[in-house]
Design a protein around this ligand. Structure first.
Ligand code: ATP
Ligand code: MG
Ligand code: FE
Length: 344
């Protein structure tokens, strides 16, 4: 079946067409440049941008793939989690298409889409796989027993997402927004062992309840204190070493917990998705530790890791093929959709 996927959970308007596990086209429009002026995403600005970009992006996707709307067999759309205004705009477009074309509608989970998109690149996931989804809004560890029907949330961040922590540390180091890529670049010139920053939720006392949860706000505060103390003492800040030591702490926690979860669940395939998977320190450490642990590591190219329509069309395609019932036409969007809910 040919599935048209629509993604509008945050600041990217994404529209893609997927047939089976084959991606025909992935069109995306972003309002990030507008948000950069404010140093963060303004939901109202994002909503208006989605409204303006939606129809042109649908037309662009259809045109590039040389597909007529009448050929589409099903519509998939992000139902959550995400910003409620932006989600509503994507859902409204998807409902209109579903009604107009008389084709089934599937409201799907954005975070699970970040894991599913890998199937378009690396082929079908094995029966059980681990997925680490890390972005500006999410840091979650999912046990994927069946991408269309059975996903277990092993853990998530209790406070900041990994990308968010990078952006906050970027701000305190005076870097432009978003700070993540800048810290990555500076960290490559620094010594990751220069400063021992804390690893959140790794202490023995946290193992019972939070073995697979993450916490990055304590780390961010530790970096702020360290920088403040040096500044107060009139010392120069070794920015590269701070960036490298901070990035090392984040990568260490993410990879250690994820690999422990793979071992304890007898899983030997790991997918990393979400925009933060661009981070070189995470990529390097994950590659090294997965190789040592005999885990097959799959990270799709970065354009599929940031928010896009392909991830939603991919999950829609998997769900259709699994024979899951379509969503009701009045699908509710859910800003905090549970990560165990694949479709609504
Ligand atoms: P979501 O809705 O999935 O949370 P998002 O727009 O918040 O999406 P993405 O666009 O997927 O997130 O990723 C952007 C985040 O990743 C930002 O926080 C950004 O700073 C961070 N990031 C991107 N590249 C890097 C990098 N190389 N190193 C560190 N952080 C990065
Ligand atoms: Mg984004
Ligand atoms: Fe996302």
């Amino acid at each position: 079946p040919l599935v048209l996927g629509i993604e509008t959970s945050c600041d990217e308007t994404g529209v893609a067409l997927v047939r089976g596990d084959e991606l025909l086209v992935d069109a995306v429009a972003s309002s990030m440049e507008e948000h950069a002026r404010y140093g963060g995403i303004i939901p109202e600005v994002a909503s208006r941008a989605h409204l303006e970009a939606m129809i042109p992006t649908i037309q662009k996707a259809l045109g590039e793939a040389d597909v007529d709307l009448s050929e589409v067999d099903a519509i998939a759309v992000t139902a959550g989690p995400g910003l409620v205004g932006p989600l509503t705009i994507g859902a409204s477009a998807a409902k209109a298409l579903s009604i107009g074309l008389n084709k089934p509608l599937y409201g799907v989970n954005h975070v699970i889409g970040h894991a599913c998109v890998d199937q378009l690149v690396d082929g079908p996931l094995p029966e059980r796989a681990m997925a680490l989804v890390v972005s500006g809004g999410h840091s979650s560890l999912l046990l994927v027993q069946d991408i269309a029907t059975d996903v277990v949330e092993l853990g998530s961040t209790l406070d900041d997402a990994a990308g968010e922590a990078f952006d906050k540390v970027g701000r305190l180091l005076g870097l432009p927004y978003p700070g993540g890529p800048h810290i990555d670049r500076l960290a490559r010139e620094g010594d990751p062992t220069a400063i021992r920053f804390p690893r959140g939720l790794t202490a023995a006392k946290d193992q019972a309840k939070h073995a697979y949860d993450f916490s990055f706000s304590g780390l961010k505060t530790a970096v702020a204190r360290w920088v403040e103390a040096r500044t107060d003492a009139g010392e120069e800040i070794p920015v590269n070493d701070v960036a490298a030591s901070f990035a090392e702490a984040v990568a260490d926690v993410l990879t250690a917990k994820t690999i422990a979860a793979c071992h304890r669940n007898g899983v030997d395939t790991l997918v990393i998705g979400g925009g933060f998977s661009a981070n070189s320190q995470l990529r390097e450490m994950a590659a090294k530790r997965c190789a040592e642990a005999g885990i097959d590591l799959r990270i799709p190219p970065i354009r599929y890791c940031t928010d896009n329509g392909a991830m939603i069309a991919a999950l829609g395609s998997a769900v259709v093929r699994a024979g899951v019932a379509p969503s009701a036409l009045d699908i509710p969007v859910d800003s905090s959709m549970p990560l165990t809910t694949v479709t609504v």
